[in-house]
Design a binder for this molecule. Structure first.
Ligand code: IPM
Ligand code: MN
Length: 371
């Protein structure tokens, strides 16, 4: 592949966000060097640190720079320091804001049990081995963006949040789900609560209406409560899942637990603007600044960025396989360590992955192996 030049907006955010993001950018930089590409990284204030510096979680300069970038890499937002702010002022509102402002209405969360991490799945090996699911979460609508109201005080206080979906919003995310399924084992499970919610009745109707357009794909429907159970006890029955914003948020954390840890899972938010990549974990304030966080979710987000936004599949695979080799050699951060692991910090894990990436290419150059 010819060498490319790209600009990546980096919004590392709060807590462990900056530590895991540096791990990811250092590996993207190494990939660029090894494969002859040129990536420019632009560090931008975002989340709680932007509230402290600029008075709001998503400053206009940050949003503008993200709009102009070829891709966005995000760490995590939020922390106890900003927890007492009202919902609209919290760091999390910056995250919802950037998704909305960039027109990112799809969120893709791949849940894979890595063979090298089979032992940290809470499931028996025969149930965990080979789990490979893509959760397609609607990201710009539903209860997250419906009207939030609170009124009254004390004993007579009331609050409500509105789950609202239009058929057009459901249609575009369902199409994306069908397209992902068509590239894989052609099985799409749509998850809703159509036995109770009107928004889910519409969801099911719109998704079902697309089945004719994709006769190659087997479409199933499942209620969200049963899906939570099935994901936990028999996750291998799923290939691609498509679901609403709220259900996708909850189910993807549960599914990450099946893979062994929330810290392992990357994500892509996709739509009109440049795609945004982020690990699905939070800012983990209790371990921030100690160089012990697990950078795998962030590094895997970097690999996803290479593949999905830059079309660099070979580079993405080289990075993923470097990650696997480091894990296979026994290196792990403390949160996912087992009795036989060699415990390393976040930055050392990234350095080892860099070495593994470098070594692979050196071998390839020397012996002519494919990378
Ligand atoms: C996620 C997070 C966010 C969400 C929060 C931090 C607003 O939990 O990306 O899953 O609920 O979407
Ligand atoms: Mn979440």
């Amino acid at each position: 592949m010819a060498s490319i030049t790209k600009r990546i907006a980096v919004i590392a955010g709060d807590g462990i966000g900056p530590e895991v993001t540096v791990a990811a950018t250092s590996l993207l930089q190494e990939c660029a060097a090894q494969f002859g590409h040129s990536f420019e990284f632009l560090d931008l204030p975002f989340g709680g640190n932007a509230i402290d510096r600029c008075g709001k979680p998503l400053p206009a300069e940050t949003l503008d720079a993200c709009r102009e970038a070829d891709a966005v890499l995000l760490g995590a937002v939020g922390g106890p320091k900003w927890d007492s702010l009202s919902l609209a002022k919290r760091p999390e509102s910056g995250l919802l804001g950037i998704r909305k402002q960039l027109g990112l209405y799809i969120n893709l969360r791949p849940i894979r049990v890595r063979p090298s991490l089979l032992d940290i799945s809470p499931l028996k090996p025969e149930r965990a081995r080979g789990v490979d699911i893509e959760i397609v979460r609607e990201l710009a609508g539903g209860i997250y963006f419906g009207e939030h109201r609170s009124e009254g005080k004390n004993g007579s206080a009331r609050a409500s949040d509105l789950e609202i979906y239009s058929s057009a919003e459901i249609d575009r995310v369902a199409r994306f789900g069908f397209e992902r399924a068509a590239r894989r084992s052609r099985h799409l499970t749509s998850i809703d609560k159509a036995n109770v919610l009107a928004s889910s009745v519409l969801w099911r109707k719109v998704v079902s209406g697309l089945a004719d357009v994709h006769p190659e794909t087997k479409l199933d429907h499942m209620y969200v409560d049963n899906a939570a159970l099935q994901l936990t006890i028999a996750p291998k029955q799923f290939d691609v899942i498509v679901t609403s914003n709220m259900f996708g948020d909850i189910l993807s954390d549960g599914a990450a637990g099946v893979a062994g840890s929330l810290g392992l899972i990357p994500s892509m938010s996709w739509g009109e603007g440049p795609s945004l990549y982020e690990p699905i974990h939070g800012s983990a304030p209790s371990i921030a600044g100690r160089d012990i966080a697990c950078p795998i979710g962030a590094i895997a987000s970097g690999a996803m960025l290479l593949r999905e936004s830059f079309g660099l599949a070979t580079e993405a695979e080289a990075l993923e396989s470097a990650l696997d080799r480091v894990l296979e050699a026994g290196y792990r951060t403390q949160d996912i360590a087992g009795p036989r692991s060699i415990v390393v910090g976040c930055s050392q894990f990234a350095a080892l992955t860099r070495d593994a990436l470098h070594e692979r290419l050196t071998h390839a150059e020397r012996y002519g192996w494919g990378v």
